[in-house]
Design a protein around this ligand. Structure first.
Ligand code: ZN
Length: 333
């Protein structure tokens, strides 16, 4: 499947997402044969599960940041979100600061990126976190500049997980956050670091950025949606709630099962595949990189930002999104 058709499929799924209360409560893994994880799609049963072979990982926030928050506050929310997946004791299966038996997973926040595109390259990469859409719905849409289609406006955020389609090894992950102003129908900002009691209700009211990014960080490491409505990886979010900041038992089980305690430490090699390249917008001469520039890889060019990829890896992009459709959220109990 070309990445263009993957994008199209993702948008269709977002519109038909529904809730099936009879599924067993457990986390899902994203797989090579799974479809996009948008809404309450069933757990994929075919294909190789996605995973980081070297789970010593970096991320970098695009320097433009969000129109809704100071950059330092965005950094704080993002750092807290990734740390939640590290601060777990896999022995007791509890969230814990400085756990004795953490998952074999290290996240290192880098200096800011200059990259508002989801892409995977042969010549250098960054797991970028970018805010798309300016806050003015008439001005800019929630759209990757190299894609011909916007991401779903129902989504707070989308994570694009680049992976080897044979082995499931994750090659790169990019998180795109919907920075448009939310409407009664669509997700988006304003965002904030809400107090522990949640942000006050409003019209639309501020949404808790850390809750959203913690969910997306689960996709970043290959976890799909859970039908456990208390899980961070449940497919939709209450707008002003901070609940998803805190991993539920189901989320803890997922990260400890997929990345059981191992030998990684802070000295690990966190270089992305192809080396670190924080800037995906301009080349070494400062000239803009066009979306269809091959950048060292022969044969390329699809509309879904998958434009500059290594020639020898059978790759694909899998989209996963957190929806803000709280109106569809209902409890089966
Ligand atoms: Zn999601």
């Amino acid at each position: 499947m070309s990445s263009r058709s993957l994008c199209t499929a993702a948008l269709v799924l977002a519109l038909v997402a529904s809730f099936s209360p009879d599924r067993a409560s457990a986390y899902c893994r994203m797989t090579t044969d799974g479809s996009s994880q948008i809404g309450d799609a069933p757990c994929p049963t075919e294909g190789a599960p996605l995973y980081w072979k070297n789970p010593c990982l970096t991320y970098a926030i695009d320097y433009h940041g969000s129109v809704w928050m100071d950059f330092e506050d965005v950094e704080s929310a993002v750092d807290q979100s990734f740390a939640s997946w590290e601060n777990v004791d896999c022995d007791s299966r509890e969230a814990q600061l400085n756990p004795a038996n953490p998952p074999n997973l290290i996240f290192k926040g880098l200096q800011s990126s200059d990259c508002r595109r989801a892409e995977f390259n042969s010549t250098g990469n960054v797991n970028t976190i970018a805010f798309l859409g300016s806050g003015d719905p008439s001005n800019e849409s929630f759209q990757d500049p190299c894609s011909d289609q916007p991401y779903s406006s129902f989504a707070f955020a989308v994570t694009i997980v680049w992976h080897n389609t044979s082995t499931g090894e994750i090659l790169d992950a990019d998180m795109m956050i919907n920075d448009q102003l939310a409407t009664r129908q669509f997700a988006g900002g304003p965002y904030a670091n809400c107090p522990d009691s949640g942000c006050p209700a409003g019209n639309p009211g501020e949404a808790d950025l850390a809750s959203i990014v913690t969910h997306e960080a689960g996709h970043f490491i290959g976890i799909g949606h859970s039908d456990d409505q208390d899980a961070t990886m449940f497919a939709s979010a209450e707008r002003t709630s901070v609940a998803k900041r805190t991993l539920a038992q189901d989320d803890i089980n997922a990260v400890c099962d997929i990345y059981p305690p191992g030998s990684l430490n802070d000295q690990c090699n966190a270089a992305p595949i192809g080396g670190l390249e924080l800037n995906c917008e301009t080349d070494a001469n400062g000239d803009p990189i066009a979306c269809d520039d091959p950048a060292g890889a022969p044969g390329s060019g699809s509309g879904c930002s998958a434009t500059r990829t290594p020639a020898d890896v059978p790759w694909a992009a899998l989209l996963a999104a957190l929806l803000g459709l709280t109106v569809l959220r209902r409890r089966s109990d």
